[in-house]
Structure formats: C-alpha cells, structure tokens
Design a protein around this ligand. Structure first.
Ligand SMILES: [Zn+2]
Length: 412
C-alpha cells in the first residue's frame, strides 16, 4: 500500500495528539517528526485490543481537554454498548456527529449507492439487532413512525430472529412493501430470515437500489436466499461500532478503505492465503480515538489496489472479510477462516444446496437444512477434511443466535 504524503501528515498530527492527550496512549513514544519514519514507528507500537479499551473506560479514552459529563448532558455523545458476543462486547463513547458523516462517506465510495443517496427522495430501511441500530433502541412494540429517524426506518423490534413470530415477520414484510426503501442496511443473517419468509409467502418485495450487509459474516446460504427474494446488488459494509466504517464494497466486488477516517495497518497471518488482521488508527475522531486498534477480524487482501470501478485507493483493498480471528484455526501452518469453512461446505453440497445455516461447535457441525437431513454428513466431511480432524454432522431445525442477537459460525 502507498498512502499519500497528505495522509501520512494527518496520521502524524493525529497520533501526536493522541499520545499527548489520551491516557491510554500516554506511555507510547512520541511519533517522529519525519513522516517517512511513521510507518516504522507505528509498526513497533503495541496493538490495542478490546481488553485495553475496557480497562479504565471511559476515563482512559477521554482527551485531557474533554469534559465527558458535559458532552453527555448536552447529548453530543452517548455511552453505547456494542452488540458483539459476550466476550466481544464493549462500551463505546459514541458521537452521532462523527458516526453519521463517516458512514455516509464510506457508502458513497460505491458509485451505485452514491447515486441513490444523491436523490432527494432517498430513504433507507435498517434491519439489525435493535440494540445497535445507530445508537437508538427500538425494543418493544413501537409504531412505524416511532421507529423512523431522518428518513431511516428501523424494521426490527426484538433481539432474536429465531424467536420472531409469524406476526413479527409479516409486519416487517408489510413495512418493507409500504416504505419501499431505496436502500437497505442489514445484518445478513436477519435479512436471510426475512427473505426466506417472503419466498415462502410468495411475496414480491419492492427491490431497493442497493443492500449493504454489515454487523456479521455473510455466508453463501444467506447471500443465496436474499438474492432469491430480491434482485438487488449486495455490498459489504465493513466496520465496527467502536471503530467506524473501515471498508466499503464497490460495484466490482472489492472493499475499498474509508481512508479519510482511518489509517489501516494489516498484520499478515500464517499460511499461503493473503489473510491479515486489521489494525485501525482513527483520523478526525474527537471522542475515543483509536491507535492501532485490533478489530479482531480476519480479511483477505486483494492482489492489487487497482480496481475496475475506477476508484483510486491509497490504502489496502480487500477481497472479503473472512470472519472473527478467534474463530480461525491454524492447520498445518495454514490459517482456516469461517468463510473458508463456508466455501468448503458449499462446494461439497453443490449448486442445489438447500442448507440455510451451519455452526461448528467443538467437533460437531450443526446444520440447519429444511429439505435434507443428509447434508449434515456431507458438510461435516468437508469441514473435517479442511480441519484435518474428525467432525460429526448433526441435523438441527435452526441455529440460535447468541444472547446479543449475533450468530456465531464457530464456537469452541
Ligand atoms: Zn472498486
């Protein structure tokens, strides 16, 4: 990657302020004046993980000249819990006036989305865990109007999609039809449930101009079923509540960095595949700046930064987001990611696969497939080959999400 001189100057200015102002980074060496030496300086800094962010929160992350209580009183910031699985859950100092512009800017990296968003009648529906929908909670039975903010309709009201009743699902389908969103931002697992419900009922959903998938890893089965219900291009929007939107997928299937808002360092992982961990240094973020924060995900890096969409990215360009680092294993020196397991499962099941969900728990692969009981054994054999250990397939009626509302592909 080759970030521009202007980018490095920003990294220099911002990291200098972080080290001077933020208690968590106070013991870091002062960045070099020569921006040419910044890369080496960054590389020797310890990365920051979720544990470090939790320790001493929020004080350790507040800049010395900031008054958190005053900012919370005038509602310019709020303390928000992220929706991760228990071990991943974090509290975040969350600022709407930072989040919204950086998210929109990331979305506009995709030409099709940018065109949609330019239109005055642009409206968006959001389908995710209600706890993490843009800092607003929509638990309980609120009306459609109560779930609408700034042209955005939050479709979901309850935590666990496997507990959605027919009535819940039908309400969401009806609201989709009535609201006819131009864009949809969704958790892929949730959207797949809604898509299957629409297919089952023979409902024609008005297709939005784009769908962004975010919050969790998208499997092939999710993509397949969403695609059957609605003929709209699907794009990955990759970020985290605590770090902002880091990458946006373009119309040519590459994830481009949101580089005005973050500097990305990639830490290669063992094996022959171009896999890496993502370390983020935030840019232009007043509250809770991050310095080499390890998001905890594994990504597949694209061979080249040149992309057919024409967008020139100085930072790294990705092929896809592979899943949680904690869900990866190393087998004979090769890193195996959740999406590599997903690839192997779908390759074994073939194009006519009807499997909807899988979850690897220890040595058991749970497979939810309403049309076939045999697929569990076939999928387990594929996983077993990849992991080089015996895996037993078990047919289940559904895979439940964690208490947080997120699904896990791999559980130890
Ligand atoms: Zn592109």
């Amino acid at each position: 990657m080759s970030y521009s001189a202007a980018h490095w100057q920003r990294v220099s200015d911002e990291t200098r302020r972080m080290v001077a102002e933020v208690p968590l980074y106070r013991d870091r060496p002062v960045p070099p004046v020569d921006t040419g030496a910044l890369r080496a300086w960054l590389a020797q800094l310890p990365s920051v993980g979720k544990r470090e962010l939790r320790k001493g929160f929020p004080k350790s992350l507040v800049r010395q000249d900031q008054d958190l209580h005053a900012a919370m009183r005038d509602e310019s910031v709020t303390l928000l819990a992220t929706s991760g699985t228990t071990a991943d859950r974090l509290q975040v100092i969350w600022e709407w006036s930072w989040w919204d512009p950086q998210e929109r800017e990331a979305m506009r990296l995709n030409a099709r989305i940018a065109k949609s968003m330019r239109d005055a009648s642009y409206r968006e529906a959001v389908l995710t865990t209600p706890a993490c929908g843009a800092g607003v909670c929509h638990f309980g039975s609120a009306t459609m109007a109560e779930r609408s903010v700034d042209g955005m309709l939050f479709l979901n009201e309850s935590q666990d999609p496997s507990a959605w009743t027919d009535r819940d699902v039908e309400r969401m389908l009806n609201e989709w039809i009535q609201f006819a969103p131009r864009g949809i931002e969704a958790d892929p697992a949730y959207l797949a449930v809604i898509a299957r419900a629409a297919l089952k009922r023979g409902l024609a959903l008005p297709p939005p101009e784009f769908i962004t998938l975010t919050y969790e890893t998208t499997t092939r089965a999710m993509r397949r079923d969403i695609g059957r219900a609605v003929s709209t291009p699907l794009f990955q929007l990759y970020g985290a509540t605590e770090a902002g939107v880091l990458f946006m997928e373009c119309e040519h299937g590459r994830l481009h960095p949101n580089e005005r808002h973050s500097h990305i360092d990639l830490m290669p992982l063992p094996g022959s595949a171009p896999l890496a961990r993502v370390l983020v240094t935030t840019l232009g973020r007043p509250w809770m700046p991050l310095l080499r924060y390890d998001v905890g995900d594994v990504v597949r890096v694209a061979e080249t930064r040149v992309c057919a969409c024409g967008l020139v990215s100085d930072g790294p360009v990705l092929e896809r987001v592979e899943g949680r680092q904690s869900d990866c294993v190393t087998v004979n020196g090769e890193t195996v990611t959740p999406l590599m397991l997903d690839d192997a499962i779908h390759l074994a099941l073939g194009a006519a696969a009807t499997m909807e969900q899988w979850q690897l728990e220890g040595d058991v692969l749970h497979v939810a497939d309403p049309k076939s009981r045999e697929s569990a054994a076939v999928a387990a054999e594929a996983v077993s080959n990849l992991l080089a250990r015996p895996i037993r397939g078990e047919h289940v009626s559904a895979v439940a999400p964690e208490a947080s509302g997120k699904y896990r592909l791999v559980k130890s």
